[in-house]
Design a binder for this molecule. Sequence first.
Ligand SMILES: [Zn+2]
Length: 415
Amino acid sequence: MAGFDPASLPDLLPLYYRRIFPFALYGKWLRYGDVLKNYFQRREFSFTLHDDIYVRYQSFNSPQELEKEIQKMCPYKIDIGAVYSHRPIQRNTVHMGAFQAQEKELVFDIDMTDYDDVRRCCSSAEICSKCWTLMIIAIRIIDRALVVDFGIKHRLWVYSGRRGVHCWVCDDHVRKWSSTLRSAAVEYLTVVKGGEDTIKKVTLSDNIHPFISESVELVTKYFEEYALVGQDILGSKESYEKVLALVPETVRDELLQEFSRKQHDSVQRWQVLKKYLKKYDVKSQKTEWEIMLQYCFPRLDINVSKGINHLLKSPFSVHPKTGRISVPIDLQKLDEFDPFAVPTISRLCHELDSVSNVEGTEKENEGEPECPRRSKDYKKTSLAPYVKVFEQFLEGMEKSHTKERNKASDMQLEF
Ligand SMILES: [Zn+2]
């Protein structure tokens, strides 16, 4: 990753946590309107320190205390865990078995490495603008299902900082979901099944569920440009053989011959494939969709979603390898989101330095307490638009909490 040296983290993290990390908004998020008693205090945070020293079960009395501790420890990475029955820091003082994870956001983790069998441009930790489309499709499909099929309101989508995205579902009732419910939700959202040895990973039933048809509609918008042009999935013998392994045998040989005979590109070959399917395959539509979904449908890490106590990297944490910040993604501008434009910690610190040099001669805000001024220094950096997205997400949640409180006080008045 050009321009970032992980060895510089010890120098940059103190400045990042002192002046750029949006602690005020972050604390507001995790307090959830202080509706439940000690909610923030019972939340687990984990820190990864230098040399991969990993400290779990940290908890704090207030967001201010968390801020101070982060500024003192300067973690390379921050993870957020569950809200427990007791304060995680005091877990050894309660009876064995009494310390239980009670609530957490429903989270999704989508990682580009899980698509290695269907992308040709990159492999493992690498990503490029071509395969990034897979993340856009994943967000569109999962987010639509969350909102329309599950009736969920508050979702925070975040770039992981390297090769994937996370989603934090924050609705009050969803944070209470059991592990069984979480598994059921992931099951509903999973279409691509089987590991490396499974050739055909998508098998649709004869009655197409609306979730599938809605998802196919979204995939269709990207399929030609992404899969046929960008990945050229029917371009070479090696790659079209992989696609043809997914069609019924009755059509496969005909298509293999047709593809080897004519010098067509992927877009033309896709048309040929559809034509042959229509002619020889009674379930042609289904086969076509199965191919599209195998190449484009989101692949979720089920374990991250189902466990209430599973940790996930926090928004605004730094990716220790790339230096990029885990920033919220604006769904209104999803197609324009560019992972390579996401600021690195070194860029942010540099931006702040340049501003400070200009301001250096001015008097340092005489008489005004230091914190309020400092805590909004991110506004002087390229992190600002991403913090704005976070702010909008919080405003939505706050509206829901106000509505709930009003409803509760109306009910009291009635009695
Ligand atoms: Zn790529």
